[in-house]
Write a protein that binds this ligand. Structure first.
Ligand code: NAD
Length: 451
């Protein structure tokens, strides 16, 4: 079993990646289980030191990791460098974890109770193709910090950066077997993570559809799960906002990574009285958005990840209501010009489905109550933005939105030091932030009598 990768910017065939079968997956899990016991028994300061070294080794290879992501995923080089640097930062941040899992001491009648945060054992991480290395690091860094071993299955289309990170872990001195990257199919390797009794927790990032299957299957052994799933986030522009700034900032909030971003603000809701002005500004900023060769330093958006995905996204454009489009190169590569749609109804599928491409829908609302109703009408709740100069409204609306990650007068979503995750069908549990290592532990209470 194998899969031949295709460079999405040139359509050239690249490496052929061998895919693991069930027996190889079982062998990797067994090795991880043995390595975990030794890892958990190390002095916490030594575990911290090894994770710190892992961060330094990634640091020395940022350019190489970035170039792999350009070739394999078509990410613009400037973005890919940010991603590799983010992996370094995530590792650096959680390298402090082993010495900070301090538990609690609770006074109880007749003695004391103490809590311990015990590692779960082997953690299985299943990642999507859109941000391969960053999303992997959100799982493996805190999981390792909490004393676990990790088996990581990258997406079939984009395994290269994860495979290299697995090698860097060994170069940094992490014990053999502790962190293994196992390329393969979701239905083979991913499924085996779910059925193998020695995998105690699954971190799944991907589509809501597969996430639901993962949750059902994990229930058989009551495996712990963290799910990071789809999104259909709203970017709400009130009439009292700096409308020109909101229009200038909107493209990057949805077209970054060619819209293949779970946090993409793919529904723009604009207060009716400023709709025309906003659309004028948006047209200018969309037309100026630089789509092209991902190896070019100035490129803001590269190609879509594959031909299959390009064709899926294209279907949404044939529904009509295309107000205007940006530019894209013609010829080889899965490049798509960004598109702005103005749907007639809230139930149009471009307003409800996660398109995962450079397509945004703009819809007008009459007041704050209606903006909230529309924004919250989605089954998803991952991200979103609020543009207003009214501080009270900023507070009210951010509290009322059913979404895990919001940003006022800006479009920020992910920081390694703040929690990240979704409401409703966008997911279950949180990643990142100071508490992430705790999510890879079982809390144990022990009572010590005083007599
Ligand atoms: P996907 O669900 O098709 O695949 C995700 C991963 O699951 C892949 O590695 C795949 O091989 C594996 N998989 C597939 N079937 C499986 C099975 N039966 N058992 C176990 N594993 C299986 O998703 P995708 O197309 O790779 O990624 C795009 C989706 O990911 C979008 O919906 C996007 O919103 C979501 N996503 C969410 C976040 C977040 O943090 N919330 C981040 C990035 C992407």
């Amino acid at each position: 079993m194998s899969y031949t990768l295709i460079n999405p910017a040139t359509e050239e065939q690249m490496e052929t990646i061998a895919h693991a079968d069930v027996a190889q997956t079982d062998a990797a899990i067994e090795l991880a289980s043995q390595a975990q016991k030794k890892w958990a028994g190390l002095n916490p300061a030594d575990r911290a030191m090894l994770l710190h070294r892992f961060a330094s080794t990634v640091d020395q290879n940022i350019e190489q990791l970035a170039q792999l992501e350009v070739r394999n995923s078509g990410h613009p080089i400037s973005q890919a460098r940010w991603e590799a640097t983010h992996v370094r930062n995530v590792l650096e941040y959680y390298s402090a974890g082993p010495e900070r899992l301090i538990g609690k001491q609770i006074p109880v009648a007749g003695g004391i109770a103490v809590t311990f945060n015990e590692p779960i054992g082997v953690v299985g991480i299943i990642t999507p193709w859109n941000f391969p290395m960053t999303i992997a690091s959100w799982g493996f860094a805190p999981a390792l910090a909490a004393g676990n071993a990790v088996v990581l299955k990258p997406a079939e289309w984009t395994p290269l950066s994860s495979i290299r990170i697995g090698e860097l872990a060994l170069e940094a001195g992490l014990p053999e077997g502790l962190f293994q990257v196992i390329p393969g199919k979701g239905s083979v390797v991913g499924d085996r993570f779910l059925t193998h009794p020695k995998v105690g927790k699954i971190v799944f990032t991907g589509s809501t559809e597969v996430g639901k299957q993962v949750m059902r299957k994990a229930a058989d052994q009551v495996k712990r799960v963290t799910l990071e799933l789809g999104g259909k986030s709203a970017n709400i522009v009130f009439a009292d906002a700096d409308v020109d700034k909101a229009a200038a900032a909107a493209p990057s909030s949805v077209f970054e990574n060619a819209g293949q971003d779970c946090c993409a603000r793919s529904r723009i809701l604009v207060e009716a009285s400023v709709y025309d002005r906003f659309m004028e500004g948006l047209e200018k900023s969309v037309k100026a958005y630089k789509v092209g060769d991902p190896t070019n330093e100035a490129t803001e958006m590269g190609p879509l990840v594959s031909k299959k995905h390009f064709e899926n996204v294209e279907q949404y454009l044939s529904d009509g209501n295309v107000a205007f489009r940006g530019n894209a190169p013609t010829g080889k590569g899965y490049f798509m010009a960004p598109a702005v749609l103005t749907p007639g109804k809230l139930t149009d599928r471009c307003m409800t489905e996660e398109i995962f491409g450079p397509v945004v829908s703009v819809y007008r609302f009459k007041d704050e109550a209606e903006a909230l109703e529309i924004a919250n009408s989605s089954e998803y709740g991952l991200s979103g933005s609020i543009w207003t100069r009214d501080l009270g409204r900023g507070i009210r609306v951010s509290r009322a939105l059913e979404s895990g990650n919001l940003s006022v007068n800006s479009h920020s979503s992910v920081r390694y030091n703040t929690p990240f995750g979704g409401f409703k069908q966008s997911g279950l549990g949180r990643e990142l932030g100071p508490d992430a290592p705790l999510h890879f532990t079982e809390e144990k209470t022990v009572y010590y009598p005083a007599d």
